[in-house]
Design a protein around this ligand. Structure first.
Ligand code: DGL
Length: 267
């Protein structure tokens, strides 16, 4: 059965990083109703254990799916996807799109054969990343670094606060200071928060290094999976949902409005 035209697409991240996936999706599907859910009570995911995320993410997504009845859910978070995608798919009966590090396109782009993967600490240690590296970049050197500071920096930047240049420099050094790091010519932004800091990161690495992420590919995948389905005639107001956190209030609506989100709900 076809979903109703007003059935939303659900985006899920620990915070605001998933907006970098929502942006290109809205460009392809401008009238798609959107529910964007951020687990502020659980942010940052990058510093949580595998066991905690494997339990937390499917449970929370289950609640969100029940409440908002989406036609499809997007886990717009590399950490949650590399750890919990299989658990979520097993638990829920709707199409789930995950976000995984863009190692395959990076391997196709590199000339030097040295690729950097910048993610959260949890993402860069996942066997999922070992598998992607072995499968698509077996003849390349894949350097990895986990940077919690960039997650904080990206959240701050979206709220209009300054980003500490030392945080950016530390993240870049975390890759470059590894053996063969000086030859690295492509960096995979393997956390959905990091493209929010593309300008700062590009300035720090210089023009000889390309930064890539998977957002455009995920948007195409969402469009493909919903092809032929009905949509509203005009853009519907988007809803942003935040899990309640004592020390992290939701951002002002002005931060969310450019992404078509004009209502906030706390759960
Ligand atoms: N946006 C998330 C990701 O793509 C992680 C941020 C966090 O540490 O919660 O990995």
């Amino acid at each position: 059965m076809q979903p109703a035209a007003d059935a939303p697409i659900l985006f899920f991240d620990s915070g605001l990083g998933g907006l970098t996936v929502l942006g290109p999706t809205r460009a392809l599907l401008p009238t798609a109703p959107i529910v964007y859910a951020a687990d502020y009570a659980g942010l940052p995911y990058g510093q949580k254990s595998e066991a905690e995320l494997a339990a937390r993410v499917p449970a929370l997504l289950g609640r969100l799916v029940e409440r908002y009845q989406p036609r499809l859910a997007v886990i717009a978070c590399n950490t949650a996807s590399t750890i919990a995608l299989a658990h979520v798919r097993a638990a829920l009966d709707l199409p789930i799109v995950g976000t995984v590090p863009a190692i395959k396109p990076a391997a196709e782009l590199t000339n030097s054969g040295v690729i950097g993967v910048l993610g959260t600490e949890a993402t860069v240690r996942q066997p999922y990343v070992d598998d992607l590296s072995a499968k698509f970049a077996g003849d390349k050197i894949v350097l990895r670094h986990g940077s919690p500071g960039l997650v904080t920096g990206a959240e701050a930047k979206l709220r209009g606060e300054p980003v500490d240049p030392a945080t950016i420099a530390r993240a870049v050094a975390g890759l470059r200071d590894q053996p063969r790091g000086d030859a690295m010519d492509v960096i995979v932004l393997a956390c959905t928060h990091f493209p929010l800091l593309t300008d700062e990161l590009q300035a720090a690495v210089g023009p000889g290094v390309r930064l890539i992420d998977g957002a455009a590919g995920i948007a195409r995948r969402i469009a493909h999976l919903t092809q032929g389905q009905g949509w509203p005639d005009a853009p519907a107001p988007g809803l942003a949902v935040f899990t309640r956190s004592a020390d992290r209030p939701p951002p002002p609506l002005a931060t969310l409005a450019p992404y078509g989100l004009d209502r906030i709900e706390l759960i």
